[in-house]
Design a binder for this molecule. Structure first.
Ligand code: ZN
Length: 444
């Protein structure tokens, strides 16, 4: 393994710490001329099968990650293309991040006496929690407010320290860096430490061995998986086993599209999406992700919120239960097929990154965790316009009158209710359009 600064060219003997003295993240490469991939075929499936192109480690911390099934999609027969699903939900903690974690944890083990830390949308955090448990070291998981319940359950079950920070993962990245410095933790956040991409890229090696795809559709939030896959294919080209890199297609949610919008030349949006794993507002790896799309001759697709359920259902029809952030690849495939993007002999791989068992995020439960009084107020106001005292009586709760007013003020500041009219000193409240929609999503 060679460690080099892509900016100033300085060479290092290891990628600890992960940044150059000039501040740039260090990159990993190998002596590609001397790499022999023929032993790969004789080894068991999994990330460490590819050790000629992985960093050397003293001890491997593994839960048998990688080697995930590649399934022929029935959907492809209907469309008239060769479509395959790379089912990454079958990794040990149910997501593609286990590839990253096994390498990052094994590599950083000797520098993680006090433990590991990661900032994550949830999957990498759940994964680190498991691998740190396996390694017998503490883990700190910095996850945002918006995260699926199942991921939190995993983090807690594996005994990691859970830190909720920021609305999306963006804010957590520098927080985790501070924590790593302060507590002497080994930071495996992909944005802060490129070592994990060495594991992430094995997805490309498996795709090459099993399919040699012409196109790979990748759900894209931070861009680290997309770039990892790209790096894998570039290395296969360097070694000389492939001539061309497959076209890489970044799939983002319409509501959060900082990378796709740049490729497609439209205004970016950075709002929360139901595909929470893709909610990254300001991806640190944006330039690398754009490089992967450009250099592979790929493109980007944006998927609407209303297409997420369809995507999940169609994947389920193949026998794969994936989270929304993974299901985006299906509507993206349909769009590209309709536009005539593919040709008959193309071999298209869809990356199903993470399991649907990790669950949905419930905004209602998160925001209104305190006894649900606010929800009750919303329901009452959903029936008719009411004033404060009336609401207090109707609630039939052992609650001070002032407390009801406090709830009303907070609901107003959230934009869920508004003043309807006044009669004398009485202020009547009603639901806003946002409040009504909010109640509707709850009752679904
Ligand atoms: Zn440098």
């Amino acid at each position: 393994m060679k460690v080099r600064c892509p900016s100033c060219g300085r060479l290092y003997s290891s990628i600890i710490p992960p940044t150059c003295s000039c501040g740039e993240p260090l990159k990993v490469s190998y002596d590609y001329e001397s790499v022999d991939v023929s032993p790969w075929r004789k080894r068991k499936p999994g990330v460490w099968r590819y050790r000629e192109l992985l960093p050397g480690v003293e001890q491997i911390i593994s839960l048998k990650e990688g080697g995930t099934p590649l399934l022929r999609a029935k959907l492809g027969e209907e469309l008239g293309f060769n479509v395959f699903i790379k089912d990454e939900t079958r990794n040990p903690t149910g997501s593609f991040r286990d590839r990253l974690t096994t390498v990052a944890v094994s590599y950083g083990l000797s520098h993680a006496r006090n433990g590991f830390v990661v900032a994550s949308n949830g999957n990498a955090a759940a994964s680190l929690a498991a691998y740190a448990a396996r390694a017998g070291r503490p883990a700190y998981a910095v996850v945002p407010k918006l995260v699926e319940q199942g991921k939190l359950n995993q983090i807690v079950a594996f005994g990691a320290k859970l830190i909720r920070y920021g609305e999306s993962v963006d804010e957590g990245i520098s927080y985790a860096e501070g924590l790593a410095d302060g507590k002497g933790l080994y930071n495996v956040t992909p944005e802060s430490n490129l070592i994990g991409l060495e594991g992430q890229k094995t997805l490309a090696f498996e795709l090459w061995e099993e399919l040699n795809p012409t196109h790979v559709l990748v759900p894209t939030g931070s861009g680290s998986n997309l770039y990892g896959i790209y790096k894998g294919f570039v290395e296969l080209r360097e070694i000389g086993v492939i001539e061309e890199i497959p076209r890489l297609v970044a799939v983002q949610a319409e509501r959060c599209s900082p990378i796709a919008s740049e490729v497609l030349g439209v205004e970016p949006r950075v709002e929360p999406t139901k595909a929470l794993g893709l909610y990254v507002k300001n991806p640190v790896m944006k330039e690398l992700a754009l490089e992967a799309i450009r250099e592979s001759g790929g493109t980007a697709v944006m998927v609407g919120e209303d297409e997420l359920d369809l995507g999940q259902r169609l994947l389920a029809g193949e026998g794969v239960f994936a989270e929304y952030a993974s299901a985006v690849v299906v509507p993206a495939l349909l769009k590209l097929a309709e536009e005539g993007y593919f040709e008959r002999d193309d071999r298209i791989a869809l990356i199903a990154t993470s399991s649907g068992l990790k669950g949905h995020y419930s905004e209602a439960r998160e925001r209104f965790s305190v006894g649900g009084t606010k929800l009750d107020i919303l329901r009452l106001l959903g029936e008719r316009v009411m004033y404060g005292y009336e609401i207090w009586e109707a609630l039939e709760k052992p609650l001070k009158y002032q407390a009801v007013y406090q709830h009303l003020r907070e609901l107003e500041s959230l934009g869920l209710i508004e003043e309807s009219h006044r009669k004398g000193r009485r202020i009547y409240y009603r639901l806003t359009e946002k409040g009504r929609r909010f109640l509707e999503t709850l009752s679904e």
